[in-house]
Design a protein around this ligand. Structure first.
Ligand code: GLN
Length: 477
């Protein structure tokens, strides 16, 4: 497709375009809507039919000089997040026709700054997956190569930006679902620290691991969006009272050269794809040229992270998805079954194979007799994994690692083998287990022209370090 004045804009360029009258929000929104309507990637589940009217309203505000931080800026939203009056499916047959009764706090904060919602993006059912093939609405394709997956579970949000169907998007990250699709689609993806952004209005997958975060084309945009979304919320007591720093200004003022970077040896195994290893080497060379201290560190419990995640996560999933029973939430057919048969029928028909697998696993893990053997042991691992990070963050500011062991894989490649699919999360789950923050940054392409992602990790509530170093790398490599 030919480039035009709307192509590949970031937030700064959009706001400048509105201000200088190069284009209106209505024109820009129409550009995205046309592209969404012709989309062959299956990136969206639903379109907001009010968005053009909202863009018009934004234009009149702009004409009156009333510009908030995102007035008239369109955004795509993962269909796990609620927007009042709009359909919210969780990419599940279970909630096919569910209309959200309220708006997620993170989205409300963006709307309060004038953002307008293009629509809801496709994802893995209830955010469970690493390829976006577990959606009741069909898989999403990777715009860089349509025979490949965009990553999961927030694949629709990532594909939408990479195909320029939206300039920015929101996703959720429970074990890597923002960072991994960002890596596969060549974008910036941020998993904020646990508690940095309210989870109110996000369909719960694993409540102690879930976080809402942005996808964008630049680190600056991610900082700008976090700035708006972060902070306390009376509707989510796990949302932190910690002061929200001015991430956006800090990005310009902080001195990235003062940050110490650690390379955890457990993340640099021989199993890593050679092209990803090269992208990391290039980054390390650059940091050293810039006289940034780079040192090897160790996180010895890393090898248990994936096992701990795949115990803790399904335990929480089985409990969170219990409300989807066709009585409180979820589809049902009118019939006069007894309660047992009702549950069996509704849940068998409404959930995908992956959801059922995790519900069964989680129920087993939490059942009397197995709780101590599995759940309690995994909780102990969680503690030592956290301690690993505490120790290294006493020495270094930021860790540099791969985001994924490979670049985007083929559709269907891992579908029949859940264990190989779970291995795709090997470098991302630890951040969720420990509650720290992580950023995936694009770093070139592999031999098949597929994007490569590198990951920066920082201690809880130190997102400004990720932004500072991430922006420095993005601007200079
Ligand atoms: N791929 C991981 C999983 O399947 C992560 C999912 C997520 O972060 N939502 O659980």
């Amino acid at each position: 497709m030919t480039e035009n004045k709307f192509s590949n804009l970031n937030i700064e360029q959009i706001l400048a375009g509105f201000k200088n009258k190069t284009f209106s929000s209505f024109e820009l929104t129409s550009y995205y809507l046309d592209k969404i309507k012709n989309d062959k990637l299956n990136a969206f589940i639903s379109i907001n039919d009010q968005v053009l009217a909202e863009a018009k309203k934004a234009d009149s505000k702009i004409a009156q000089g009333e510009m908030a931080k995102l007035t008239g800026v369109p955004i795509a939203i993962k269909d796990i997040l609620l927007v009042k009056g709009q359909r919210a499916t969780g990419a599940s047959k279970m909630l096919e026709n569910y209309i959200a009764p309220y708006t997620a706090t993170a989205i409300k904060k963006l709307e309060d700054q004038g953002a307008i919602i293009l629509g809801k993006t496709n994802c893995d059912e209830f955010a469970m997956g690493a390829s976006n093939e577990n959606s009741a609405f069909g898989p999403v394709l990777n715009p860089h190569d349509t025979s490949r997956v965009p990553g999961g579970s927030s694949g629709g949000s990532a594909a939408a930006i990479a195909a320029d169907l939206a300039p920015i998007a929101l996703g959720t990250d429970t074990g890597g679902s923002i960072r991994q699709p960002a890596a596969f689609c060549g974008l910036v993806g941020l998993k904020p620290s646990y508690g940095r952004v309210s989870r109110y209005g996000s369909m719960a997958m694993a409540s102690s691991l879930d976080q809402i975060g942005p996808f964008s084309k630049s680190v600056k945009d991610a900082a700008y969006l976090l700035q708006i979304m972060a902070g306390r919320d009376k509707y989510d007591l796990s949302a932190s009272y910690n002061v929200v720093p001015d991430y956006f200004s800090l990005l310009k003022n902080q001195e990235p050269r003062k940050l110490k970077v650690g390379l955890p040896k457990e993340y640099f195994s021989d199993a890593l794809a050679p092209s990803i290893k090269q992208a990391l080497d290039k980054t390390i060379d650059f940091l050293q040229e810039q006289k940034i201290v780079v040192e090897k560190v160790s996180l010895p419990y890393t090898e248990y992270a994936l096992a701990a995640y795949y115990i803790l996560m399904p335990a929480e999933v089985s409990s969170n998805l219990a409300r989807l029973d066709g009585l409180r939430f979820g589809h049902h057919e009118n019939n006069d079954l007894n309660l047992d048969d009702w549950y069996k029928k509704v849940r068998a028909a409404g959930f995908s194979a992956e959801s059922k697998r995790r519900i069964m696993l989680g129920t087993y893990i939490l059942s009397a007799g197995y709780y101590d053997a599995y759940y309690k042991q995994a909780q102990k691992l969680r503690t030592v994994i956290k301690q690993d990070f505490q120790k290294v963050f006493a020495k270094v500011d930021v860790l540099l690692t791969p985001t994924t062991p490979t670049t985007a894989f083929k559709l269907g490649e891992k579908l029949a083998d859940p264990l190989s699919m779970y291995l795709a999360d090997i470098f991302t789950v630890s951040a969720n287990i420990a509650g720290i923050c992580g950023l995936s940054l694009p770093m070139g392409v592999d031999e098949n022209n597929l994007p490569i992602g590198i990951q920066l990790l920082a201690d809880s509530f130190q997102e400004e370090k990720l932004f500072s170093l991430g922006n420095f790398i993005e601007q200079n490599i």
